[in-house]
Design a protein around this ligand. Structure first.
Ligand SMILES: NC(=O)CC[C@H](N)C(=O)O
Length: 354
């Protein structure tokens, strides 16, 4: 069956549909990882987005039971150059096609993903409609224009845990504010022996302190960081009360809580090989990334924070540390999944602050 991706500017890409049928609107973004499509599909930070993979063959090792980052996928669509119908891997339980079908996600194969990525790089990310239904281009563009905004507080509300829950461990205890936490953040902390109390994004400072935690972890999550003012306020109240470690959205929230500002990147950083320099040691780390917003370096200048890491591709802020308080954060993903595991030591660093 034919399927189409229509961008807000009227560009049409025709391909072959796989997975589910129907139509969906989202922000079209690209990820440059050569592998890791299962973790990407189940990373809640992609909620509201249509993801295109730049690597030309996707699905070749199927879908297994170990690599999920969440119990479901929140992507609005998945676009590849070629999808593999006969995956080969001893862990594979189903094909990518079967997974997308079960999760009602429309997939498109046969798309010139190179042209699409060049378009998004030149123009910047934009809204798109992925569809297997008939209609004229003008009608589809009108649907994109009339659709409710993709961003907003509803994204974090969709992916956060509805109720607090505990992951046992010998201790100390850490509260994780769940903005759409990837499973591997929880695994990485739990592996160090930490007991985790995972709380919804709307948890208050009093509710968090009532658990008598030794530290606070702020997770990754979808959307624009300025859309979660309550969480920013909660974090502001907890600065100085607890050691805090933030990853991605959590990093942006720490920056905002301290008085900094964020802005939207033209086409984001999504991939598994982004070079980041640790400004203390001068060492360059290869990092896993997935973000469309960033902290503005100049907004941090007058604040009691130090920029600890920079992205070597575009010079954007990749990490910060409070000058007096035990608070630090990174824009990239030390939990990898997918991507290099070279940055796992940051969890150890957090443990030492507790
Ligand atoms: N992975 C994340 O936490 C992403 C943070 C934020 N939603 C962004 O796109 O910048």
């Amino acid at each position: 069956m034919k399927g189409y991706l229509v961008l807000a500017d009227g560009t049409v890409y025709e391909g072959t549909a796989f997975g589910a049928v129907g139509e969906a609107i989202g922000e079209v973004v690209f990820n440059t990882g050569m592998t890791g499509y299962q973790e990407i599909l189940t990373d809640p930070s992609y909620c509201g987005q249509i993801v295109t993979m730049t690597y030309p063959l996707i699905g070749n090792y199927g879908i297994n039971q170990d690599d999920f980052e969440a119990s479901r996928s929140y992507v609005r669509g998945f676009i590849v150059r070629e999808t593999c119908t006969y995956p080969s891997n001893w862990r594979a339980k189903e094909t990518l096609d079967a997974y997308l079908y079960r999760h009602r996600i429309i997939g498109l194969a046969g798309i010139d993903t190179r042209a699409l990525t060049k378009k998004l790089r030149q123009h910047g990310v934009m809204q798109g409609l992925i569809t297997t239904l008939p209609g004229t281009v003008a009608e589809m563009v009108a649907k994109i224009k009339q659709a409710p905004p993709v961003f907003g507080p509803q994204l974090v509300q969709t992916v956060t845990t509805p109720e607090p829950y505990t992951i046992p461990g010998p201790g100390p205890r850490v509260v994780v504010m769940d903005f759409g936490a990837k499973a591997n953040i929880l695994r990485s902390l739990n592996k160090l022996g930490l007991e985790l109390v995972v709380v919804p994004a709307h948890a208050t400072a009093d509710e968090i302190m009532a658990y008598r935690p030794a530290g606070l972890m702020l997770s990754n999550g979808p959307g624009d960081p300025t859309d979660v003012p309550l969480a920013i306020n909660t974090v502001r109240q907890l600065l100085g009360e607890l050691p805090i470690f933030g990853i991605c959205l959590g990093h942006q929230i720490i920056g905002l809580a301290l008085g900094g500002s964020t802005y939207k990147l033209k086409f984001g950083h999504r991939g598994a090989n982004h070079p980041v320099q640790d400004l203390h040691s001068g060492r360059v780390y290869i990092t896993s990334q997935n973000h469309g917003f960033a902290l503005a370096a100049d907004s941090l200048q007058q604040l009691p924070v130090e920029i600890t890491h920079l992205n070597l591709n575009d010079g954007t802020v990749e990490g910060l540390r409070h000058k007096e308080l035990p608070v630090f954060s990174v824009q990239y993903h030390p939990e990898a999944a997918p991507g290099p595991e070279d940055n796992e030591y940051l969890f150890q660093q957090f443990l030492q602050l507790l």
